[in-house]
Write a protein that binds this ligand. Structure first.
Ligand SMILES: Nc1nc2c(ncn2[C@@H]2O[C@H](COP(=O)(O)OP(=O)(O)OP(=O)(O)O)[C@@H](O)[C@H]2O)c(=O)[nH]1
Ligand SMILES: [Zn+2]
Length: 259
């Protein structure tokens, strides 16, 4: 699917919005057929379909599911032997998220922190299409060198669209579309991540103020909106290579990254 997608706007969009949000939360392409039915309840019963009341669904989509700390254990790493991995699980059964605490950061001072979004291709495979792998390792090494820090590893693959959709976007990029255009052509926003969960994890670990390792000013704004003080933005410019120069330039031009 390549788009471009054309919008026909008519009447209330409540059901359409909810349908798209459901598709996105299932990591499917945001495409749905919305039909008015005179007796939806018996139609659903006949076809063994699940029914959801629209108003409750809208509330559910707007709120974020509470995250609970499940377990933490010592994890010596190359970047620091004083590592500790914490696992958080949301109540709604969605993705788990991780926090890597390095040293024993003083909770009364701004902690060196990174909100890292999962990138299977960059973090694990060493992909040269993005800068995620060098950013992950660079952040952990800075924290190790300073003796303290916290890296949140948020399972928001592909800026929140999931790995399958990110690969669909990569396939469009192979055809000449840039990272932002590819997302739009699939029906996604530039960035579908919800950073409230990063703020929730920091608060539950006792942090209220950060020195945030990022080039993305929107992350700084989101943290502030969510009640975390960003005492300083610490740039994290690593991993440029001949395969990702255009990608990084697009991020700077279209997404406002300070690169
Ligand atoms: N949809 C999509 N996601 C991508 C693409 N390239 C990398 N990603 C994902 O983007 C996320 C990282 O976001 P970035 O835009 O690189 O950076 P950022 O987190 O906004 O900002 P920094 O804090 O400066 O790293 C990871 O989840 C990657 O999987 C792409 O071309 N398309
Ligand atoms: Zn990446």
């Amino acid at each position: 699917m390549k788009g471009p997608l054309r919008s026909d706007r008519d009447g209330t969009a409540l059901a359409h919005r909810a349908a798209l949000a459901l598709c996105k939360s299932a990591r499917l392409l945001p495409a749905a057929v919305v039909l008015p039915l005179t007796d939806a309840r018996s139609f659903a019963a006949q076809h063994a379909l699940t029914t959801l009341p629209l108003e409750r669904l809208a509330d559910h989509i707007a709120s974020s599911s509470p995250l609970h700390p499940i377990v933490a254990a010592r994890l010596p790493m190359e970047a620091s032997e004083a590592g500790r991995l914490h696992i958080f699980r949301p109540e709604d059964g969605a993705e788990e998220h991780y926090a890597i605490e390095i040293g024993r950061p003083d909770r009364s001072k701004p902690v060196l922190a990174r909100l890292h979004s999962a990138c299977f291709t960059g973090d694990i495979l060493g992909s040269l299409k993005c800068d995620c792998g060098p950013q992950l390792r660079g952040a952990l090494h800075q924290m190790g060198a300073q003796g303290a820090g916290v890296l949140l590893y948020l399972n928001q693959e592909g800026r929140g669209i999931g790995l399958i959709n990110k690969m669909r976007a990569y396939s469009l990029q192979d055809q000449g579309f840039d990272t932002v255009e590819a997302n739009h052509r699939l029906g996604f926003e530039d960035d579908e991540r919800d950073f409230r969960l990063g703020a929730d994890i920091l608060k539950s670990m006792g942090f209220s103020s950060v020195r945030l390792l990022t080039n993305n000013p929107k992350k700084v704004d989101m943290m502030t909106t969510c009640g975390i003080t960003v005492a300083e933005r610490v740039p994290l410019k690593v991993g440029e290579n001949r395969h990702n120069t255009a990608y990084l330039a697009t991020k700077a031009r279209k997404s406002g990254h300070l690169l």
